[in-house]
Design a protein around this ligand. Sequence first.
Ligand SMILES: C[S@@+](CC[C@H](N)C(=O)[O-])C[C@H]1O[C@@H](n2cnc3c(N)ncnc32)[C@H](O)[C@@H]1O
Length: 291
Amino acid sequence: MRGFESIKKFFQGEQPPPPTLEELEQQLFAEERSKGSNPSKKKERRSFPEMEHSAEWRVAFEREKERMKDPTYLPTRQAVMDAFVHPEMHPLEHHDYVFKEAKIFEFFTQEYIDELADRIVADNLREGKPDGRPLKILEIGAGNGKLSTFLREAFAKKLPDGVEIIATDSGEWGLADDGSVQEMDHQTAMSTHQPDVVISSWMPNNVDLTADIRACPSVGSYVLIGQSDICGDSAATWGEEVQAQEGFARMEDTDSLSDLQLCRTDWRADESDSVYRHSETAIYTREQPTT
Ligand SMILES: C[S@@+](CC[C@H](N)C(=O)[O-])C[C@H]1O[C@@H](n2cnc3c(N)ncnc32)[C@H](O)[C@@H]1O
């Protein structure tokens, strides 16, 4: 049985993935052979059972897999549910696609991006543009940069010239596959760009980058997206007490965003004993000094 720590690492992609169906079968056969038995006789019993799934699910899965290859494709929430967060999906097929092939942490959807963009505007642009210039949003640890791409498109429609978005990543995990992500660690990114808002989606496990975000004087608010017991350090990254000590407070009304989310660990999150969990969005804003 895997321990919780190793499962956390596995969800973060830091642990070798579990074997594919074929590899698993070969391993089982090798074990049988080493015990001197004839595995072929037990093939039916020992090989991973085929999941019963409908033709509809298979069609939806293959179609969405193909569409997701386009880095500008933003699916609807329903399309993700029908293809990737579906009870008929085989556990290893889920893993092979979500974790290994596409390396998806959060499934960004039209509905979520729309709501997040509205929320950023409401929280930061109520008083208009800061000093008349565009609001500067910096994404750190942006991976393949899709979140910034989708938000850029949303703001271009909602508030042309009102928002500038910069995607950055240290490059440590090798996820960036086009030129849209600037390669720099979070510290260099913040000192270079002096952002108004910082976004971090799926911060690496056991690494808290939020203390550095709060210490950056230009930052008025920051947005965390992910699963709070896996991303960053649960207490230091998501805990309300730490933020309060450092002059930031967590906004309370983010449920409408979190409710829209779908992530790599949403699949089977509803099962009571599951290690799979929903992800959430948390927004922290700098408290204004009282005069
Ligand atoms: C779990 S992945 C999340 C990627 C992306 N945000 C997403 O949601 O798909 C974490 C990313 O953080 C990057 N990273 C790790 N440490 C970093 C640091 N100190 N500064 C900037 N990026 C970092 C890694 O290279 C990796 O791309």
